[in-house]
Ligand binder design. Structure first.
Ligand code: XMP
Length: 498
């Protein structure tokens, strides 16, 4: 009968993170003893299991640098030209803590008026002057507030008032931060230009930066050159092979094949190509939400899987395409299946709190990928703006019309077609300012430790061992239980996260 067919074809209920709650375990260890390190891929382990999403309002080099410094990793989005994306990857690989490797330089024939305008726009006051006006040019001098304060004629060229090269103290390329600090202290200068053998500027060190420079003991680094780890996304179209080549040449450590439905011949082809052509670079395939989708990508050779469909904070895929899966179920089922093949999974999207992070990892994910949680930070692309007195930054889905007009359509249309009709699978909006990741990531890490501790697990690995041994238990919350688990019965309250 029709009703029997309906029952057979709608076989089970899927759960979201909010539907589930972890049962407490026995706590026999301190918060600081908890190990939150976990696998991103077969070959990459992170000290903090956090990944920033390849979205154009989330991950460019600033985000990727700060994520890697704090033990996670950033995936540079591909909604830009191949050259620009490779340059973003290179900036992360070349990053040296405390060194400004892309300082804004002035040319000697710029006028004072142009300098004033640059200062106003960028908000800082010292600039190195090079022959060509760019990094890599011969160092000619530096200008600081002291050099510009007493000149009135706006047409005077920089060369007339800069502190010239022979009066500058500089350091040679290869200098360590400790040596640079000593030189700055002795010279009593605010800036130290770093030059190569040809006296060309290669970096700048600022005394103020050195003072606030923190050591990052958890930083994610490669084994070869000890440079920060970075990932980048590509699509599945033929031209994405050139993109992959440029990213590999720039030093990318992991390539994420970015597709909202990853189980396609286009994706399988590109995964096989990447593994054959660049065997040393790990490949994460996706997105998938079922074991059978996962199996196809595993057979094609992926080193990691990205799990999630239509559950992101800006997603409308489930509404528009009627396909997807509630995230807690997707993570649990795919992780359990992929584990049999030794493939870690990244739980991508739908993370709204540190509790969700703990749930995703306890359901079997190696890492969590976040978009909305990391948007609206100092390190995400874009400028802050105010609306109704609230400080915000833009955050948009890669399937929003706005993002697709810039090229991200390939995440949703995998083959080369000439269709003029675009179907949005995401929205654009704004999220509230969260400040800098320097403070925000440690908060996420500590929240996760609290979750694991309450569940009686001293590490992510232990949580997953217990999960599969049926010793870590979740319960399903009724709608009333969910509302009981949130703040209730208050007239008003203020929510501060950290
Ligand atoms: P969160 O919840 O962290 O989700 O903001 C980020 C993830 O959402 C996916 N994504 C999209 N999914 N339409 C979608 O259906 C979109 O426009 C869109 N943009 C991003 C992506 O997996 C990301 O990591």
């Amino acid at each position: 009968t029709p009703s029997q067919i309906f029952v057979r074809n709608t076989s089970c209920i899927a759960y979201t993170y909010d539907d589930l709650i972890l049962m407490p375990g026995h706590i026999g260890f301190g918060l600081n003893e908890i190990d939150i390190s976990s696998q991103l891929t077969k070959n990459i382990r992170l000290q903090a299991p956090f990944v920033s999403s390849p979205m154009d309002t989330v991950t460019e080099h600033k985000m990727a640098i700060m994520m890697a410094l704090q033990g996670g990793i950033g995936i540079i989005h591909s909604n830009m030209s191949i050259e620009d994306q490779a340059a973003e990857v290179l900036k992360v690989k070349k990053f040296k803590n405390g060194f400004i490797t892309d300082p804004v330089c002035l040319s000697p024939d710029m006028t004072l008026e142009e300098v004033w305008r640059t200062k106003d726009k960028l908000g800082f006051s010292s600039f190195p002057v090079t022959e060509c006006g760019r990094l890599g040019g011969k160092l000619l001098g530096i200008i600081s507030n002291r050099d510009t304060s007493f000149i009135e004629d706006p047409n005077v060229p920089v060369s007339d008032f800069m502190t010239p090269r022979d009066k500058l103290v500089s350091a040679k390329e290869g200098v360590s931060l400790i040596e640079a600090n000593d030189i700055l202290k002795k010279s009593k200068k605010g800036k130290l230009p770093v030059v190569n053998e040809k006296d060309e500027l290669v970096a700048l060190i600022a005394r103020t930066d050195l003072q606030k420079n923190i050591d990052y003991p958890l930083a994610s680094k490669d084994n070869v050159n000890k440079q920060l780890l970075v990932g980048a996304s590509i699509g599945t179209r033929p031209e994405d092979r050139d993109r992959a080549k440029a990213l590999v040449d720039a030093g990318v450590d992991v390539i994420v094949v970015d597709s909202s439905q990853g189980d396609s011949v286009y994706q399988l082809d590109i995964i096989r190509y990447l593994k054959a052509e660049f065997p040393k670079v790990d490949v994460i395939g996706g997105n998938v939400v079922t074991p059978s989708q996962a199996l196809h990508l595993i057979e094609a050779g992926v080193d990691g899987l990205r799990v999630g469909m239509g559950i992101g904070s800006i997603c409308t895929t489930q509404e528009v395409c009627a396909v997807g899966r509630a995230q807690a179920s997707a993570v649990y089922h795919v992780a359990k299946f992929a584990k049999r093949h030794g493939i870690p999974i990244v739980a991508d999207g739908g993370i709204k709190s540190t509790g969700h992070i703990a749930k995703a990892l306890c359901l079997g994910a190696g890492c969590v990928m976040m978009g909305g949680m990391l948007a609206g930070t100092d390190e995400s692309p874009g400028e802050y703006f105010y609306q109704d007195g609230v400080r915000l930054k833009r955050y948009r889905g890669m399937g929003s019309l706005e993002a697709m007009e810039k090229g991200s359509e390939k995440r949703y249309v995998w083959e080369n077609t000439t269709t003029a009709i675009k179907v949005a699978q995401g929205v654009s909006g704004a999220v509230q300012d969260k400040g800098t990741l320097r403070r925000y990531i440690p908060y996420l890490m500590q929240g996760l430790r609290h979750g694991l501790q309450d569940a009686g697990c001293a590490s992510v690995a232990e949580a997953q061992e217990k999960l599969y041994a049926d010793k870590l238990r979740f319960e399903i919350r009724s709608p009333a239980a969910q509302s009981e688990g949130g703040v209730h019965s208050l007239h008003s309250y203020q929510k501060r996260l950290y």
